[in-house]
Ligand binder design. Structure first.
Ligand SMILES: Nc1ncnc2c1ncn2[C@@H]1O[C@H](COP(=O)(O)OP(=O)(O)O)[C@@H](O)[C@H]1O
Ligand SMILES: [Mg+2]
Length: 333
């Protein structure tokens, strides 16, 4: 593969599921780029298309009842339309993905060390001894205590946090340049969450990877990403540097997401805060802005014409909104 200044270039990506009730556009035309050694956050409420987008970028879709159009260039490799065989050449080696539930990524009946081993032998062509030594090294890297002894345990013998560490070690086995992490800490308690996120930060530095951190919780990406994509109804509605998105966001939906960040003072209670109104029905999206029915600032134009994602400044900050919040109002106090 040739050397590309941009690790990932996504252009007008669309993922549409054929459902009994009609076509469901889960990803409705997404474009963005990602450089090397960058951490990008993808945020949005549940159902906004984050997981489908991530899986489409990886080339992981159900075989049937789905149509993908547009382009995903990963180091110059076109993922859209590639065969399983071609995609297997990048999975694990160029790009790896970790999911919310570690049990879906781990084989419950295989010792954890062997699972890492297998990747090293099959994908990296290591011999048995080298693979075992490297597997123990990776377990140590992700903070598993006594890695040589833990090598032989089964996933069920570990806590949720430890299992997610093993999943990260598995993802790192192929030395990927891009790690996609879909809600990697959702469901873990707050302390373990921070530990796993810190671990991702440190392995990113050590392995010189780019990381895409997908989460419904803007609090998670606040200090750990350089750029943020905000998704609603399968589209990007705001994109910018993390600083811009937090301090000068213009899209009322972004503000609503920020208001929904669990407060440290009362995390369990405030986690219940949701954005008022009903999430959009993707089978019957409104003609105008998909957020308009829930938006306090919506006017007539919002209901009839969909706003485009317009770059506001040279900084790359862009938002799709007819009635953006004034900059001063968008600033967090
Ligand atoms: N295999 C599928 N078939 C039909 N619809 C799907 C499928 N997978 C996801 N969806 C729909 O796509 C939308 C986006 O889902 P998802 O990407 O999982 O959201 P998020 O990760 O942001 O919570 C949802 O409306 C979901 O119901
Ligand atoms: Mg999801």
């Amino acid at each position: 593969m040739t050397d590309h200044p941009k690790l990932l270039v996504v252009k007008d990506l669309r993922t549409t599921f054929a459902t009994p009730s009609g076509p469901l556009p889960a990803v409705g035309g997404v474009s963005f780029e990602l450089g090397t050694n960058e951490t990008l956050g993808i945020v949005g409420e549940s159902g906004s298309g984050k997981t489908v987008l991530s899986r489409t970028i990886m080339g992981l879709q159900p075989r049937r009842n789905v149509e993908v159009t547009g382009s995903v260039l990963l180091k110059g490799f076109e993922v859209v339309g590639a065969s399983e065989k071609e995609k297997r050449s990048i999975w694990g080696l160029e790009v790896a993905m970790i999911f919310q539930d570690p049990m879906t990524s781990l084989n419950p009946v295989m010792r954890i060390g062997k699972q890492i081993d297998e990747i090293l032998r099959v994908r990296q062509g290591m011999d048995r001894r080298a693979a075992k030594a490297r597997a123990v090294e990776l377990l140590e890297l992700v903070g598993i205590p006594s890695p040589a002894e833990r090598y032989g345990v089964f996933p069920r013998e570990l806590s949720g946090g430890m299992r997610q560490r093993v999943v990260i070690a598995t993802a790192l086995a192929g030395s990927p340049q891009l790690l996609m992490a879909d809600e990697p800490t959702t469901g873990l308690d707050v302390t373990i969450q921070a530990q796993i996120l810190n671990l991702l930060d440190s392995v990113k530095e050590q392995m010189k990877m780019s990381v895409v951190l997908v989460t419904h919780d803007l609090g998670v990406v606040a200090t750990r990403t350089s750029r943020i994509i905000v998704m609603y109804a399968g589209r990007i509605v705001e994109i910018g540097s993390t600083r811009e998105v937090f301090r000068r966001h213009r899209m009322p939906y972004t503000r609503a997401l920020l208001d929904a960040i669990p407060k440290v003072s009362n995390p369990s209670h405030s986690r219940l805060v949701a954005i008022p109104g009903r999430p959009p029905n993707l089978l019957d999206l409104p003609t105008g802005c998909a957020f308009a029915p829930r938006c306090a600032y919506a006017t007539d134009i919002c209901r009839v014409q969909r706003p485009r994602l317009e770059p506001a400044e040279e900084s790359g900050h862009a938002f799709a909104c007819w009635n953006p919040l004034p900059v001063a109002e968008g600033a967090l106090t």
